[in-house]
Design a protein around this ligand. Structure first.
Ligand code: FAQ
Length: 329
């Protein structure tokens, strides 16, 4: 169905007639909601798109530990510290499941790391914004994890088996993350005047960057049409952004906070909020490497990789010794 639809949109996607027999059979499996598994035949473009998306997603989970990790030592109570520590560890786990899913497509972890460090692969724009105070940690959980879940729940039904299965577990954990963020926001918003001001300030700074997480508007999204035809993506960027706004505005109202958008308005007819689009020139600058924290974030990842070289070397030397011992027996 999609293949035909997309031809008319002129997005460069093959119609059924233009497909080879293998490509047609593959598309039929996708259209029938069958999962594609690592050893199945797949078009090269499908494999490459998945490596790009899953790899970027994995990098986002790992780089995404940095803005929150920064606050573990400064969490206001022991309980908040333990919760934040567990959350940041979960993000590391998500990165690892996702790197494993990407590896099933024939790319090594080292290659993915090299591409992240050289800037050839992206990670989510959101992690290039700083976390300046404790309310920001609430805003990250509420808005950033909230946006992540909105995007990831449909990805549980993505056509590639290992990615879909990784998403099921990740979504369970993300919903806990979102609730812990909202819990921090409640404490702040219902606290002293100063705490409420901090919560409002965090919302002001994280609102538009969170909307940007869903990617460029549909008219500028280069990959959506093909990715949706292959059911790598289930929704367009704008569909998910709208759902996120519709879900989040009442949550802000409950907190007594104001979404920083003068044009925000409930539209009775459409049943959706009207809202101001993010500043797309800022988004494109951030994903080009010119956001407020790009250099710091990438620098931290490269340093961790270099500092950990002795551990990788030691493990390899141990594995070689063990293999040599087995061979000699
Ligand atoms: N940031 O054609 P499209 C998390 C790039 S959740 C940076 O629309 P696509 C959890 C895009 O790669 C965050 N780059 O692309 C957590 C492409 O460039 P390329 C991660 C972006 O792939 C929470 C170009 O723009 N979640 O980490 C962004 O069809 C708290 C054109 O865009 C995922 O990765 C962006 N926001 O749609 C962790 C979910 N948006 O590659 C710690 C899976 C777009 O050609 C703490 N990914 N670009 O050079 C997806 O669903 C999709 O990849 C989209 C983008 C929706 C992100």
């Amino acid at each position: 169905m999609y293949a035909q639809m997309v031809k008319s949109t002129g997005k460069g996607i093959k119609s059924r007639e233009e497909m080879t027999d293998e490509e047609r059979q593959f598309q039929d499996r996708v259209d029938a909601d069958e999962k594609i598994e690592p050893k199945d035949w797949m078009p090269e473009g499908y494999r490459k798109t998945l490596i790009r998306q899953i790899g970027q997603h994995a990098h986002s989970e790992i780089v995404g530990q940095l803005p929150e990790g920064n606050w573990i030592t400064r969490a206001p109570t022991l309980e908040r510290k333990a919760i934040l520590l567990a959350k940041v560890q979960d993000e590391a786990g998500h990165g690892l499941y996702l790197y494993c899913a990407a590896e099933t497509l024939g790319v090594s972890r080292d290659e993915l790391m090299e591409k992240l460090h050289s800037g050839d692969m992206k990670y989510s724009s959101i992690f290039n914004y700083p976390t300046l105070n404790w309310a920001d940690i609430g805003a990250v959980g509420w808005l950033v994890d909230g946006a992540a879940i909105m995007n990831q729940v449909p990805l549980q039904r993505t056509s590639y088996g290992p990615y879909s299965r990784a998403m099921i577990r990740i979504c369970k954990e993300e919903s806990f993350h979102q609730r812990q963020g909202y819990d921090i926001m409640m404490k702040m918003a219902f606290g002293t005047e100063d705490q409420k001001k901090m919560a409002q300030d965090a919302l002001n700074r994280f609102w538009y960057p969170s909307l940007m997480m869903f990617g460029p508007s549909d008219k500028d999204s280069v990959h959506s049409a093909q990715s949706m035809a292959w059911k790598i993506k289930i929704n367009t960027n704008d569909e998910l952004r709208q759902k996120f706004v519709d879900q989040t505005v009442p949550q802000a109202e409950y907190l007594g906070l104001t979404v920083p958008d003068e044009n925000l308005k409930w539209n009775e007819e459409t049943g959706h909020y009207e809202f101001t689009e993010p500043d797309w020139s800022e988004f494109f600058e951030v994903i080009k490497g010119n956001g407020p924290c790009n250099k710091e974030r990438l620098g931290a990842r490269v340093k961790a990789w270099e500092d950990g070289a002795w551990v990788r070397d030691g493990l390899m030397a141990h594995a070689e010794k063990k293999a040599a011992k087995v061979a000699a027996e």
